[in-house]
Design a protein around this ligand. Sequence first.
Ligand SMILES: NC(=O)c1ccc[n+]([C@@H]2O[C@H](COP(=O)([O-])OP(=O)(O)OC[C@H]3O[C@@H](n4cnc5c(N)ncnc54)[C@H](OP(=O)(O)O)[C@@H]3O)[C@@H](O)[C@H]2O)c1
Length: 237
Amino acid sequence: MITGASSGIGRESAQVFAQAGATVIITGRNVSRLEEVYNCLSGSGHTMVVTDFLSENVIVDICNSITEPIDGILHSAGISQALPYKFSSYKVMEKMMKTNFEVPYLLTQQLFKKRLINSGGSVLFLSSIGGCKMGSAGISIYGASKNALNAAMRVIATEMAPKKIRVNSLLPGLVRTNMISGDGVVTQDDYNKEELRYPLGFGVPADVANTAMFFLSDASKWITGTEFVIDGGVTVR
Ligand SMILES: NC(=O)c1ccc[n+]([C@@H]2O[C@H](COP(=O)([O-])OP(=O)(O)OC[C@H]3O[C@@H](n4cnc5c(N)ncnc54)[C@H](OP(=O)(O)O)[C@@H]3O)[C@@H](O)[C@H]2O)c1
């Protein structure tokens, strides 16, 4: 299962996983973009679930779409908003925490309780270096939501280990998707300056999708409870 598969990292991951032979369940909010991804997937037997993480029934809707236990889930759906701390508000916090933390957390819990994740399966949260490894300005709420995921991930990993289900977080640096081009607050000039700090430049969705593929496959079967940084070297400087 891949959430947020209608765009960016989630979309690329759905394509990479299907290409490798996986049967995928993809979720997204925008119907036409999700359909476009669905129609381009290699193989057959895939499922598409249109749902909004801010709706009340999101967890039930997603769980109801599953007809047999899954081998893994990539939690890619997420939002960001550049907002200086003094302009932060409860409204923004509520929306960001719900989308980035509450739904992935509660969805994983329901899948586990309903035994919808196979033994040997893998849960992968998409966290970020932003606010977790770097204190970049304007991302206090975003960073809090991603740190919350990492904290929960370590504990869930411990609790799921007896069932041989692995749980990890990926922490990407900046990746070229709608997320970094869409908010209109950070200018192209700002991004150009930021990219100079990245020894390997900004990432592209395939960089993260291929790493996610490793974490969802048996190639990583001895790895659980980790925060894996994938950032073109920006945090080693
Ligand atoms: N891009 C980066 O630089 C970067 C860096 C570090 C971490 N990340 C993390 O990577 C993940 C994917 O980001 P991306 O760059 O691929 O972003 P993106 O292209 O903007 O895609 C975001 C995805 O999340 C879905 N989504 C957002 N709000 C939703 C809601 N209320 N209900 C259901 N789905 C919702 C979107 O669905 P619709 O398109 O249908 O609205 C879309 O599929 C996020 O968790 C992000 O925080 C990204």
